[in-house]
Design a protein around this ligand. Sequence first.
Ligand code: PLP
Length: 358
Amino acid sequence: RAYNFNAGPAALPLEVLEQAQSEFVEFRGSGMSIMEMSHRGAIYEGVHNETKQLLTELLGIPEGYQILFLQGGASTQFAMIPMNFLQGRTGSYVMTGSWADKAVKEAKNFGSTHIAASSEANQFRSIPSLDTFNVPEDSAYLHITSNETIEGTQFQQYPDAGSVPLIADLSSDIMSRPLDVSQFAMIYAGAQKNLGPSGVTVVIVRDDFITEVPKTVPTMFRYETHVKNNSLYNTPPAYSIYMVNLVLQWIKGKGGLAGIERQNREKSGLIYQAIDASGGFYNGFAEKDSRSMMNITFRLQNEELEKKFVKASEAEGFVGLKGHRSVGGLRASAYNAVPYESCKALAQFMAEFQRTNG
Ligand code: PLP
C-alpha cells in the first residue's frame, strides 16, 4: 500500500478495511450488506448504538451529553451552530487559520461575531496564547478549531471560557489524544480523518446547551430534532457509521486514546526531527509550541525545490505531501491510521533528499 499522507479523506487502518471487505456482501449472517438493510431494524440499530457506546467509552463522555451522527460535514456545523445558538447574541471565535475563518464567515450570515483572539499577524503559524483571549461574558459561545489542518497548528491546552460555553471543531484531531469532554458544551468532527470515511459528522453536545430554536430554522438543522430521534430522524449515513464503529474498535485495541497519543507523538516526532535536524534545509511552518501532531507543515528554500520534492516522493510511493495552496510548501498528515513505518520511511526520504539536493 501507498505511504498515504493525505490530509483528508485520509488513510484508514488496513485491518479495518479488511474486516469491512469480509462483511461487505454478507453482513454477519443477515443475508445482505449493511447498506441494504433498514436503518430501523435491529441489526443496524445495534451497530448505531454500539458506535455511540464506543465513543462514550473511548472519550470518557460524562452523563448529560448527546452523541449525534449528522450529515453535511463539519462545514454544515459552521452554519448549524450559529443557527441554533446565536439567537440575537454574539458568537466569539478564535481565529487560528483557514478553518476557523470559514466558521466565522458562516456565523456572520446569521448574526454578530467577535474575534476573541487571533494569530493572523504571524500568518497563523501559532495558536494564540490563552492569556490573550478576550471573551465577552455575554457571548453565546466561544468557538475554537482544535487543529488547523492547513497551517498545521494545534491547541496544546484548551481555554477556560468561564461561564461561556466552549465549542470545538475537532475534525482533524478527534481521537488522536485523550480529551476532557466536560470542558466543552459541544464538539464536532467530520469523520474522514480519524474516525472513518466521509459522510458522517459526529457531534457531542451537552443536554442543557440545546435550546428551542425559532420555527424558521429547518427541521434538519435543529440539534433538537436529532437528539429526539437518536439521529434516526431521516436515513442516516449507515455505512459510514458502521465504518466508524470498526475504527473505534481498532482504537480500543491500540490501548484507547492514551495508546494512540503515544504512537502519534512518536510518528510526528520522527518527521519534526527530520525538519529540525536539517540545519534549515527544511523549515517548519508552525511555531514549535503550536505544532500539530496530525498535520506537519514545512517549506524548502524555493518552490522549485518543493516541486522536485513532491515529484521525487511520489516516485518512492508517497502520496499527499503537497501542501495546501494557501500555505504552499509541504504537508504530511500523519493521522491515527498512518503506520509508524510510513513516518519512518518519510523521515528517511527527507534525509536522503537533503543529501542529494542540499
Ligand atoms: N474543519 C476542519 C478543521 C477541517 O480540517 C475540515 C476539512 O478538512 C473541515 C472543518 C470541513 O469538513 P467537511 O469537509 O467535513 O465539511
